[in-house]
Design a protein around this ligand. Sequence first.
Ligand SMILES: Nc1ncnc2c1ncn2[C@@H]1O[C@H](COP(=O)(O)OP(=O)(O)OP(=O)(O)O)[C@@H](O)[C@H]1O
Length: 259
Amino acid sequence: MTNDTVLNIQDVTVDFDGFCALLRVNVAVKRNTIHFFIGPNGAGKTTLLDIICAKTKATDGECTFYPENRSPVKLTGMKEYKIVGEGIGRKFQVPSVFVNLSVIENMVLSLKDNKSIWQSIFYRISKEEEKSINEILEAVDLLDKKDEKAGSLAHGQKQWLEIAMQLVQKPEIIMLDEPAAGMGKPETYKTGEILKKIKDQCTIIIVEHDMDFVKQISDCVTVLHEGKVLLEGDCDLVLANKTVQEVYLGRGGERNAEN
Ligand SMILES: Nc1ncnc2c1ncn2[C@@H]1O[C@H](COP(=O)(O)OP(=O)(O)OP(=O)(O)O)[C@@H](O)[C@H]1O
């Protein structure tokens, strides 16, 4: 762990009734970086995200969040919604935007203090909120779609809207579960460029199988295998590692095994 650590995962073990999904996992995530977790199916990647956001309880070990201007927060043992309130957001693989609402209505609904759909439709946003929403929509290239129904957006645009809906809450960390799943190469590339733009505002943790995408934007890659950290470093180091090639890359475990 160093001074720029935003999240420290320390000796985390998860035992599901005798099956060890994670064993003494240690990872330090640096602030304003894009940090990937990769590895074969069943390696424990999703379980690790579940631990960070308290969806799953660790059998042992702990996670600590180091906010920028506040004291450290021990995440272990906290309620899921409290972790969101601390500034750690998560986006799941399937987009969960409100398809019958416009892009802007979806954004207003995501503002921290707005509780219901009806409240958000009739809510008058402040000038400051409007400026912030417009800036975020611009960053995800949806500003010109702001009055369109979310349901009319292409798959990739829905994913970008959901990322935008996370950003409107000004999180310090966002976790993304396979954000490029179901996208073609141009959309995947554009998703990467969007994420590179927003890492100035927050730290991005991603579980992903698409190695082109990992190559394009990763600052750090942690390879998990059978619940343990196999290797951690930059993408070149990971790609060149023989064991990683044997257990993951060479087995066609990712979508671009030919690269
Ligand atoms: N609630 C649970 N109870 C029992 N076993 C579980 C539970 N959740 C996950 N597992 C097991 O833990 C292991 C790790 O699962 P996890 O979903 O974290 O893997 P993953 O690396 O995300 O895989 P994938 O790439 O397929 O999504 C798997 O063998 C899975 O079957």
